[in-house]
Design a protein around this ligand. Sequence first.
Ligand SMILES: O=C([O-])CC(=O)C(=O)O
Ligand SMILES: [Mg+2]
Length: 229
Amino acid sequence: MCVGFRIFTKINRPEKELIEAFKGLPAANVADVMSRFFCVNSAIKSFNNKPLLGTAFTVRARIGDNLLLHKAIAMAQPGDVIIVDGDGDISNAFCGDIMMTECQSLGIAGVIIDGAVRDKADLEKLDMPVYARGVMPKGPFKDGPGEINVPISCGGVVVNPGDIVIGDADGVVIVPPKQAKEIAAKAWKKHETEAASLEQIANGRRDKSWVDKALEAKGCEIIDDYYRA
Ligand SMILES: O=C([O-])CC(=O)C(=O)O
Ligand SMILES: [Mg+2]
């Protein structure tokens, strides 16, 4: 087996129902119920702030080289999110509006690049969400090597093929399918709690009593006086 230059054709994709359980949930609520981990680095930003939801289709690309990304586009199925581990390097763009328009027309749910893209103004107009670490007019090489559908690292998070990917204007969070049902249920609960807080604010009486309790429990000293240098 040619480690570093190989393509796995099969992915265990989660049931559609399991993915749909996250539809409409903010990425923040999902991350909160996973102990505030599993979010890709905030340097990887959305170009159009459109919501993203789908199944991870992973690509390990050589720095500035999109041969494997082209192959991934040919292999991915509608609803997949193509995630490229480009080593975080932004010296050459991996793709631009032509490849991303192609993805959109194939029904790809979104693309995340831990590297650079180009044609930013056009990516902003796409309906399909595109995330990347940077923008660079210098284009990609097409030589490989690279890998498809292996565990990768994207913005500091390990992504396995078949993971559930959730994104919005805040960023991207990666959910392991095995625990996804429980995570979605907890995240919806969190979402409801937040809605209740907003309702309390609208009614002018948000309960903040927990703050003093937490400060006391952690040993904070409250001094009823002015600070004197
Ligand atoms: O030329 C390329 O390979 C990438 C690009 O700009 C595009 O997809 O529009
Ligand atoms: Mg272009």
